[in-house]
Design a protein around this ligand. Structure first.
Ligand code: AMP
Ligand code: GLY
Length: 429
C-alpha cells in the first residue's frame, strides 16, 4: 500500500513511524514532513520515507501529488486541512483518505457547534452559553461571577481561549474577542463556559461513522514551565496511562461521551471517520468535556502509538471502511512518557537553525524514540526549525521507569537555548 501522510510535527513523525512498521506499507511520503521523518524506513522493504515539499494546507497541490503517485491511503495529521475540507475534496476525486470530512471536523473547527451538540445530546460538559452579542455575553458571564472560559468559535492557533477569574476580566475578554476581533472572524461568535476546577486529561477514540473505539488515558502538560506555570503552549509533554481514572471509570466516561456522540451524529447526518479527541476535566461532579478535537493529539500521539499493538495501517483502513466493529484495539501494559524539547523563547518568538547534537547517541537506547517536531536538515546537520523541536519518548514497565529513561535521553541531546519541563508525569507519581 502506498501511503501519503500530511503534516510536519511530532504527531506526524509518530504516525509515520508506526505506519512504517506495517507489512502493508510499501511506499510512503510525508508532506511536508521534517528531518526525522525523512530518516524513517519501511519494515517491509527498507525504503526511506520521502518528504515532499508541499504545505499541509495546499490542498490543490496535495491532490495532484496523491493522484500522480496513485496513493492508496492518505492520512491527515493536523486540524487545518480537515477544516478546509481536504477529505471531501480527495473523496470527490476518488481517493481513499483517512480523517473527518468538513462537516464532521466542525467538532473542532467550531466551538459553538460542539457546545450546542453536547447540550442537545446530553454529553457531560460545562454550563455554557453561545453568543454573538457582547451585552448578552456579559450578562451570562455575570451569572457566573466572571469565573469562566471565554472561547472564540473558530480555529485560533490554540490561542482562542481566555480564562477569567473576575467580571472585569470576563468583560475585557468578551470585548477583545467579539468587539476587537482579536482572533479575526474566528471570534465572530463565542462560547462562554463556567470555569471548571479539576485535573485535565486527554481521551481519544477511533471512529468509523458507526463505531467508536476508546484509547487508554493520557495527560498533556500545556503550560510552558514546571508546576503548570507560564504561558499555554501546544503541549510540553505527555504520558499514558494516567492514574486518575480507573479502567472502570474510563469505560464509564467513554460510554457517557461516545454513545450520545454516535447517536447525535446519526441524527444530524454527520459521518465521523477519524479520531475524536475530547479534552476532559475531572471535576468533583464527574468528568466533563471542555472541548472536542477531531484529530490525534500532539504530543498525545507520541505516547499512544508506542503502546499500540495493532497494525496502524489496518486500523486506519478499518476506520475509513466502517469495519471497526470487528477490530479489537490492543495496548501494551507499558507506560510511556514524552518530554518535549522546545526552542528558547517558545511559545513566544524563538530562533531557528540551531544545530542539534546527541541524536545519534540518543537513538541507541532501547524502548525509546526521539520524534522530531520542528527540525530540518542543513548540510550534514539537523537543526531546529520550530517552537517544539523534539518529543523524546520512552516506554517501560511503569511510569517512573519510563520517566527516568525519557529524561536520560533528554540529557544526551543538546541545542542552543533548549527548553524543556522537568516534571512531565510528576503529577502521577
Ligand atoms: P480548549 O481549547 O477549549 O481545550 O481550552 C484550552 C485550555 O483552557 C484547556 O486545556 C483548559 O486548560 C482551559 N479551559 C478550557 N475550558 C475551561 C473551563 N471551562 N474551565 C477551566 N479551564 C478551561
Ligand atoms: N495536546 C494538545 C493538542 O493536541 O491539541
Amino acid at each position: 500500500m502506498k501511503i501519503l501522510v500530511i503534516g510536519s510535527g511530532g504527531r506526524e513523525h509518530a504516525l509515520v513511524w508506526k505506519l512504517a512498521q506495517s507489512p502493508h506499507a510499501t511506499q510512503m511520503w510525508c508532506a511536508p514532513g521534517n528531518a526525522g521523518i525523512a530518516q524513517e524506513r519501511l519494515a517491509k522493504n527498507s525504503a526511506l520515507v520521502e518528504c515532499v515539499n508541499l504545505g499541509a494546507e495546499d490542498l490543490p497541490k496535495l491532490l495532484v501529488f496523491a493522484q500522480e503517485k496513485k496513493a492508496d491511503l492518505i492520512v491527515v495529521g493536523p486540524d487545518n486541512p480537515l477544516a478546509l475540507g481536504i477529505v471531501d475534496l480527495f473523496q470527490k476525486n476518488g481517493l481513499r483518505i483517512w480523517g473527518p470530512n468538513q462537516k464532521a471536523a466542525q467538532f473542532e473547527s467550531s466551538k459553538v457547534f460542539s457546545q450546542n451538540f453536547m447540550e442537545k445530546y446530553g454529553i457531560p460538559t460545562a454550563r455554557a452559553g453561545t453568543f454573538s452579542d457582547a451585552a448578552l455575553a456579559k450578562k451570562f458571564a455575570a451569572s457566573l461571577d466572571g469565573k469562566c472560559a471565554v472561547k472564540a468559535d473558530g480555529l485560533a492557533l490554540g490561542k482562542g481561549v481566555l480564562i477569567c477569574a473576575s467580571m472585569a476580566e470576563a468583560n475585557k475578554a468578551i470585548d477583545e474577542i467579539l468587539v476587537g476581533r482579536a482572533f479575526g472572524v474566528a471570534g465572530a461568535n463565542i462560547v462562554i463556559q463556567e470555569f471548571l476546577e479539576g485535573m485535565e486529561i486527554s481521551l481519544h477514540a477511533l471512529c468509523d461513522g458507526k463505531t467508536a473505539k476508546l484509547f487508554p488515558t493520557s495527560q498533556d502538560h500545556k503550560r510552558a514551565l514546571d508546576g503548570d506555570r507560564g504561558l499555554n503552549t501546544g503541549g510540553m509533554g505527555t504520558y499514558s496511562p494516567t492514574p486518575f481514572l480507573t479502567e472502570t471509570q474510563l469505560a464509564e466516561t467513554g460510554r457517557k461521551i461516545l454513545e450520545p456522540f454516535t447517536r447525535g451524529c446519526a441524527v444530524e447526518g454527520i459521518d465521523f471517520h477519524g479520531i475524536l479527541y475530547p479534552g476532559i476535566m475531572l471535576t468533583k461532579s464527574g468528568p466533563k468535556v471542555l472541548e472536542f478535537n477531531a484529530r490525534f493529539g500532539d504530543p498525545e500521539t507520541q505516547v499512544y502509538l508506542p503502546r499500540l499493538e495493532n497494525d496502524l495501517v489496518e486500523l486506519l483502513d478499518a476506520s475509513v471502511s466502517e469495519s471497526l466493529a470487528k477490530v479489537e484495539l490492543k495496548w501494551s501494559p507499558m507506560s510511556s512518557v514524552c518530554v518535549v524539547m522546545a526552542s528558547g523563547g517558545y511559545p513566544g518568538s524563538y530562533p531557528k537553525g540551531k544545530v542539534i547534537t546527541g541524536l545519534y547517541e540518543a537513538a541507541k537506547l532501547p524502548n525509546t524514540k526521539v520524534f522530531h517536531a520542528g527540525t530540518a536538515k542543513s548540510g550534514n546537520e539537523i537543526v531546529t526549525n520550530g517552537g517544539r523541536v523534539l518529543g523524546v519518548t520512552a516506554w517501560a514497565k511503569d511510569l517512573k521507569s519510563a520517566q527516568a529513561v525519557a529524561y536520560a535521553v533528554v540529557e544526551k541531546i543538546h541545542f542552543d537555548g533548549a527548553h524543556f519541563r522537568r516534571d512531565i508525569a510528576a503529577k502521577a507519581l
